[in-house]
Design a protein around this ligand. Structure first.
Ligand code: AKG
Ligand code: FE2
Length: 166
């Protein structure tokens, strides 16, 4: 997963007109982690959420899930509808998260998502959250800023923000 994450970060950097290794320095002392999620079956799925609406606060999330399904993403069009992410065998789901949004000065947007529980089946998922070093100052990259594109986000320290969230 780590290797895949770095590859994706390289591709994102290139897509922004930056050199592939642009994000590398932030991850030398990375604080990425894996979480094991277990959702028990719930007879009243319309009354309960597995995970409430949120955006991931790292750079990228790589998610492995079983075949039960339940993850939904919010569409960014006007209707803001929740769209079911159909499980595809042996495929990972990639969530762009808050830090990529800030680094790219909004060219990429963090995706809002939630998890619906299933009335009959339990569900497992394994997200790998890619986080830079604890002391990384997260701010729009200088190369992407000029007088026509002012920074849209204020700088913050990755680790401090995370501690506050917890
Ligand atoms: O279980 C899932 O599909 C996603 C879980 C999630 O969004 C999270 O742990 O941040
Ligand atoms: Fe999430």
């Amino acid at each position: 997963m780590e290797k895949l994450g770095y590859k994706l970060l390289e591709l994102i950097a290139v897509s922004l007109g930056l050199k592939a290794e642009r994000f590398e320095e932030f991850f030398r002392d990375q604080t990425s982690f894996v979480r094991l999620n277990y959702y028990s079956p719930c007879p009243y799925p319309h009354l309960a959420l597995g995970v409430g609406p949120h955006k991931d606060s790292g750079a990228l999330t790589i998610l492995a899930q079983d075949d039960v399904g339940g993850l939904q993403v919010k569409r960014k069009t006007q209707d803001q509808e929740w769209i079911q992410v159909q499980p595809i065998p042996h495929a990972f789901i990639i969530n762009l998260a808050d830090i990529i949004q800030v680094w790219s000065n909004g060219a990429y947007e963090s995706v809002e998502h939630r998890v619906i529980v299933n009335s009959e089946r339990e569900r497992f998922s394994i997200p790998y959250f890619m986080f830079p070093a604890h002391d990384t100052e997260v701010k729009p990259l200088e190369e992407l800023i000029d007088e026509h594109n002012p920074p849209k986000y204020r700088p913050y320290i990755s680790g401090k923000f995370l501690l506050k969230k917890i």
